[in-house]
Design a protein around this ligand. Structure first.
Ligand code: DGL
Length: 304
C-alpha cells in the first residue's frame, strides 16, 4: 500500500488527487491530528514526529510513503532520507510534495542541481503561501533558485491558518484573513505582477476559493495535489514494486488519525468529499480490532 502522511487533514487534498489519478491503487492515510499543527514547531520536533508517522505507515504495510505535508517535507525529508531511512528501512521509500512543484516552476528535473543554460531562460514571479517553518526553511526559494535563478520567489508565512482550518473554518469565514495574507505577499513583491502562486501547505487547497477570490484573476494558482499525483503515477511506472493494486473486496483507503476520530471524520467528509472510516492510532500501537481491514497480504509487518 501507499502511505500518505500529514500533520492533520491537509494531506486529504493530496489524497483526493492521488485517488483520482490512480484509482486502482490502495492508500493508507495517517493524519497526526494529535500533534498538529507542525508549522510552528521546532525542526527537531517536526523531524521526530515525521519519522514516527512514517514508521507507523511502514508498520501498516506501506513500502512507499508520500509526505503530503510541505512543512515535514521542507524541514525533515532530506535528513530522514539521508540518515533514518537507510539505517532503519533501507528497502522503503519516502517522497515529498516539494519536488513536483519545484520541477513545474523551473521546468528542470529535480536531479539537476545547477542552473543549466536552458533553465536560465525560465523566468517569472512566483508567490508562495506556507507555514512559518516551511518559509523559514528556505526550501522553496533555494531549490527553485538552484535550477532557475531568473525566477523571482516571494514567500508569505500564514501563522494560524492551519489551526483555523483544522478547527473547521470555512473558506468564507477565512476570506478576510486570506485577503490580508495576499496583500502582504503583494507588498513583498513591491506591488509587481505575480505570474503564479503556490499554496505551499496542503491545508490551503481545502480553502482555495478564499485565495482565488483574493488574488487577481490573471494570477494562476498552481495545483500541488495534481502535480504530486502525476509525479507519483510516473514514479510507480518506473518503480513497479511500490504499486499496490486493489484486489476485489479490498477497501481503497484506510484512514488513521492520532486524535479523536469523531471531529476528524467530520472534517474528512468535508475536505475529502466522502466519509473516510478513520481509526484512532495511539502513540505506540493501535489495537488490532480497531484497525480497518487491510487484507492478509498487507498485514502490519512491524509494530506501530
Ligand atoms: N499540511 C501541512 C503543510 O503542508 C501543515 C503543517 C502544519 O501542521 O502546520 O505544511
Amino acid at each position: 500500500m501507499i502511505g500518505v502522511f500529514d500533520s492533520g487533514s491537509g494531506g486529504l487534498s493530496v489524497l483526493r488527487a492521488l485517488v483520482e489519478e490512480l484509482p486502482e491503487q490502495r492508500f493508507v492515510y495517517l493524519g497526526d491530528h494529535g500533534n498538529a499543527p507542525y508549522g510552528q514547531r521546532s525542526a527537531d520536533e517536526i523531524y521526530g514526529l515525521t519519522c514516527a508517522g512514517v514508521a507507523r505507515l511502514f508498520g501498516l504495510g506501506c513500502s512507499l510513503v508520500i509526505l503530503a505535508c510541505n512543512t515535514a517535507a521542507a524541514v525533515a525529508l532530506r535528513r530522514l532520507q539521508q540518515t533514518w531511512l537507510p539505517a532503519r528501512f533501507p528497502e522503503h521509500r519516502v517522497l515529498g510534495v516539494l519536488v513536483p512543484v519545484v520541477e513545474s516552476v523551473t521546468q528542470v528535473s529535480w536531479d539537476v542541481k545547477t542552473a543549466s543554460p536552458a533553465a536560465g531562460k525560465t523566468t517569472g514571479r512566483v508567490g508562495i503561501f506556507a507555514t512559518p517553518r516551511t518559509v523559514e526553511s528556505g526550501a522553496y526559494p533555494r531549490e527553485i533558485g538552484l535550477r532557475a535563478p531568473s525566477v523571482e520567489v516571494f514567500q508569505q508565512a500564514c501563522p494560524d491558518l492551519v489551526q483555523r482550518i483544522e478547527a473547521g473554518a470555512t473558506a468564507e469565514s477565512l476570506a478576510d484573513q486570506v485577503a490580508a495574507e495576499v496583500r502582504a505577499l503583494q507588498a513583498r513583491a513591491a506591488g509587481g505582477r505575480l505570474d503564479q502562486v503556490i499554496l505551499g501547505c496542503t491545508h490551503y487547497p481545502l480553502v482555495e476559493s478564499a485565495f482565488r477570490a483574493a488574488l487577481p484573476p490573471e494570477v494562476a494558482i498552481l495545483s500541488q495535489p495534481k502535480l504530486v499525483a502525476e509525479s507519483l503515477a510516473d514514479y510507480l511506472r518506473r518503480h513497479p514494486r511500490h504499486r499496490a493494486p486493489k484486489a476485489r473486496g479490498q477497501t481503497r483507503i484506510a484512514a488513521f488519525s492520532t486524535a479523536e476520530v469523531k471531529t476528524v471524520r467530520d472534517l474528512g467528509r468535508r475536505f475529502f468529499g466522502e466519509t473516510l472510516a478513520f481509526c484512532q492510532i495511539g502513540e505506540t500501537s493501535a489495537p488490532a480490532e480497531r484497525r480497518p481491514a487491510l487484507g492478509a497480504a498487507q498485514a502490519p509487518t512491524t509494530q506501530v
